[in-house]
Design a protein around this ligand. Structure first.
Ligand code: T5A
Length: 218
């Protein structure tokens, strides 16, 4: 039997970006491609990825006017979901030499709760250390599209259901801050975060992602 290709410390890739940039679409294409090459790939998303995380996801994403969430509670719920995911799922898979492909991770918190909600960035950084045992992605692909295009894509995809999503219903100015925050973060961490234009057809975006992944994986 042929052994799966493994990596001594695993390989941790995250996909980031504002609403509707195509993370989920591209995650599926990336996972398929890596699996075809024989890697043991774990596909996960945030918030979620564990039984606890999926319950927290419901609290965070579903708009419930009877149960408003203050920004501080929102931040800590993202942290709780992530702590469980890192310990139960991400670290064991990386230690076994596998590849983890996660739809959103720490950068989403820095940008949405930090830049978007205006919460203290130094507290958020300390929370990352506490919740993740300093587990940082080897590579982060930042997908970027103009804000109106991203919002249009999710509205077309979700139709009337979009009204129930707490984040999609934020003002355009919030989404513009999020996009600018991601781009600023990629300039601060060029060694880890690679920006890929995502306004073209999905196969073109996928090819650009594979080129980046191949450069880092070697
Ligand atoms: N959040 C999350 C925080 O505030 N803090 C945090 O710490 C974390 C982890 C999660 C929300 O939580 C927030 C951010 C988010 O608002 P979610 O439901 O998991 O929400 O969804 P998102 O991650 O936001 O994903 P989106 O709904 O924005 O969509 P994707 O995954 O970026 O895009 P995708 O692939 O679903 O594509 C959207 C539509 O566009 C089409 C697809 O077919 C789909 O219909 N599409 C394209 N069309 C044309 N050309 C292309 N290249 C296309 N690619 C995809």
């Amino acid at each position: 039997m042929t052994a799966l290709p493994t990596l001594p410390n695993g390989f941790f890739v995250t996909l980031e970006g504002a609403e509707g940039v195509g993370k989920t679409t591209q995650q599926g294409m990336l996972v398929d491609q890596l699996e075809r090459r024989g890697y043991d790939v774990l596909r996960i998303r945030e918030p979620g990825g564990t039984a606890l995380g999926e319950r927290i996801r419901g609290l965070l994403l579903l708009r419930d006017d009877a149960m408003p969430l203050c920004p501080e509670a929102e931040l800590l719920l993202f942290g709780a979901s992530r702590a469980q995911l890192v310990k139960d799922t991400i670290l064991p898979h990386l230690r076994a030499g596998g590849v983890v492909v996660c739809d959103r991770f720490i950068d989403s918190t820095t940008v949405y709760q930090g830049e978007g909600r205006g919460l203290a960035l130094d507290f958020i950084a300390a929370m990352h250390t506490f919740c993740t045992s300093e587990c940082t992605p080897d590579l982060t692909i930042l997908l970027d599209v103009p804000t109106p295009l991203g919002l249009e894509r999710v509205r077309r995809r979700d139709g009337e259901a979009a009204a129930a999503d707490r984040f999609q219903n934020e003002a355009t100015a919030f989404h513009e801050r999020v996009r600018a925050g991601f781009l600023a973060l990629s300039r601060q961490h060029p060694e880890r975060i690679r920006t890929v234009r995502a306004d073209g057809p999905a196969p073109v975006v996928h090819a650009a992602i594979m080129e980046t992944v191949d450069r880092v994986l070697g």
